[in-house]
Design a protein around this ligand. Structure first.
Ligand SMILES: C[S@@+](CC[C@H](N)C(=O)[O-])C[C@H]1O[C@@H](n2cnc3c(N)ncnc32)[C@H](O)[C@@H]1O
Length: 505
């Protein structure tokens, strides 16, 4: 039996219990799905920092001044400065080593500057900071400034021999990160967990029944869905958009005995007549003549039928190419809290309005765009367009009246079949709304860098650092990723996990 104690609620509140109790047979210490997903101990990956590049430059200069002032003060009282300097050097090495080590263990750290060049695109790589990745500000830069200031303070205490003070003084006094979401939470898993799981997933993926899943998920998102589902351990999995059933199969690999509900207009069994498909034995299909759109299902009745009393134990996977804002609102109304969106299209691309587009706002580093034809952004975009199939130049990005949000000012829906034009104000309000209901927004990183996977579709400038970074061929090979055809790595579109905050009863 485990009890959720998070009492924060938001007002858009269907009838769910604020304090949820779950009994899991045989496991006395089983954590709830919510707790498995969250860790407020760890740094939030998506930092909300409106500080501009210029401002950070000033900060760096200030730091430099502070440091040099400190060191000149430091050597002054010493009869012989060498031991002091040696001590400083020793601390500096330890500090840098600790920063490098710690920065690796967090997920979703946008650290483009550290990426190695490949394919001779080094010049373009250095432009990464200008376009950037919305919602994924570099935690390192924040942390570094704070740690350096801390270090200086620490040395100061050492020099003044205030043993009692520096006993209390710890390097954890830095605010690790300003969370993007309102409760400053992030996911619990780290890049180490992702790497370890990758090795486990490769042999599973090799046994997939649908080898050619064109128009469906490739390797990156299959791994992401499997990893998150296995981590969250839901009591019920719901998918909207099954196609031939590959994602149903992935869910089944993650949770062998958990029921699935699959909503899809054409039953996957229809595809069996033409070739490989997957139909699951423990799945309720809202398909064919039984198809009902996710937004029109009577979820109260369906949940009752499945014996679900706690909706925070349900995971929903959307791969149905519908407006994601619409889906979030529908899920919120029904009381669901854990959502994964497969196609989280970048601004200017895709056939439906996505979370990534919604969150691409001017106050986020890497977010907001300029439609000036002679701007730096235009120049960088046009260069990157030559290398990456899905990169968009300013002409493609901007519609009438320089509308860049969504797709040229359009909020696309239903595979680009029913679209609505929105104003910048509406787009901005959408982001405020989404922020107001989310505890977590986490984008799956690409599994490996493009020099390893040879993918040429998505622009790495608009993605978080890959799980296996460029240059790490031995890791890529050790995990067995080199055994796959390059085409399986072509489908990355920023799969995202959302956790909606707890709702009022
Ligand atoms: C990209 S495919 C899904 C791929 C699948 N998840 C996979 O991994 O192979 C999109 C699917 O959404 C289905 N679809 C279209 N409209 C839908 C709706 N309103 N609700 C649910 N599914 C829908 C399509 O028929 C199609 O099967």
């Amino acid at each position: 039996m485990h009890t959720l104690t998070n009492t924060t609620k938001h007002p858009l509140s269907p009838k769910t219990t604020a304090t949820a109790s779950t009994t899991t047979s045989g496991a006395t210490t089983t954590a709830t799905m919510l707790e498995r997903a969250l860790s407020s101990r760890r740094a939030a990956p998506h930092l909300d920092d409106p500080v501009s590049a210029d401002e950070s430059k000033t900060k760096k200069q200030n730091l430099y001044l502070l440091a040099s002032n400190y060191f000149s003060r430091l050597t002054h009282p010493c009869i012989c400065p060498s031991p002091c300097l040696l001590l400083c050097l020793l601390f500096a090495v330890a500090l840098i080593a600790s920063l490098v080590y710690n920065s690796r263990s967090f997920v979703c750290v946008s650290d483009h500057g550290s990426r190695v060049g490949f394919y001779g695109f080094d010049g373009l790589e250095s432009d990464f900071g200008t376009l950037g990745v919305p919602w994924c500000k570099s935690r390192l830069s924040h942390l570094f400034e704070c740690e350096v200031l801390n270090f200086i303070e620490f040395l100061h205490l050492v020099m003044e021999s205030r043993q009692s003070s520096y006993d209390l003084f710890l390097f954890n006094s830095c605010p690790l990160a300003k969370g993007r979401s309102k409760h400053e939470k992030t996911v619990e898993w780290t890049s180490k967990d992702l790497i370890k799981a990758l090795g486990e997933f490769v042999p599973i993926y090799e046994t997939r029944p649908i080898k050619n899943n064109m128009y469906g998920m490739g390797f990156d998102h299959s791994f992401g869905l499997w990893f998150m589902t296995r981590w969250l351990k839901p009591e019920l999995m719901i998918e909207s958009g099954a196609f031939k059933g590959h994602s149903t199969w992935v869910l089944r690999q993650a949770m062998p005995d958990t029921p699935i509900i699959s909503i899809t207009p054409r039953h996957p069994e229809k595809y069996l007549k033409k070739g490989p498909a997957y139909v699951d034995g423990n799945c309720t299909y809202f398909a064919g003549k039984d198809f009902v759109d996710f937004g029109s299902i009577d979820w109260k009745t369906v949940m009752k039928k499945h014996g679900i009393t706690d909706l925070s134990q349900v995971l929903i996977f959307f791969d149905d190419h519908q407006n994601e804002l619409k889906r979030v609102k529908q899920a919120l109304r029904a009381g669901f809290r854990h959502l994964i969106f497969e196609d989280n299209y970048d601004t200017g691309t895709g056939d439906h309005y996505s979370l990534r587009q919604i969150c691409d706002q001017s106050y986020i580093r890497g977010g907001g765009h300029s439609c000036f034809r002679d701007s730096d952004e235009a120049r960088i975009r046009s260069k990157r367009k030559k290398f990456w199939e899905k990169a968009v130049d300013v002409d493609e990005l901007c519609g009438p009246n320089d509308a860049w949000w969504g797709v040229r000012g359009w909020m696309r829906d239903n595979f680009n079949h029913s679209n609505t034009q929105i104003s910048y104000e509406e787009h901005f309000q959408n982001s405020r709304f989404v922020e107001s209901i989310l505890d977590v927004y986490w984008e799956l990183p690409p599994v490996a860098g493009p020099s390893l996977t040879h993918q040429m579709r998505y622009d790495p400038a608009r993605a978080t650092s890959p799980i296996v970074e460029d240059g790490r061929y031995s890791t890529f090979k050790r995990l067995g990723l080199d055994r796959f055809d390059n085409s399986v790595f072509n489908g990355y579109t920023q799969m995202v996990y959302l956790q909606i905050s707890q709702q009022e009863s």
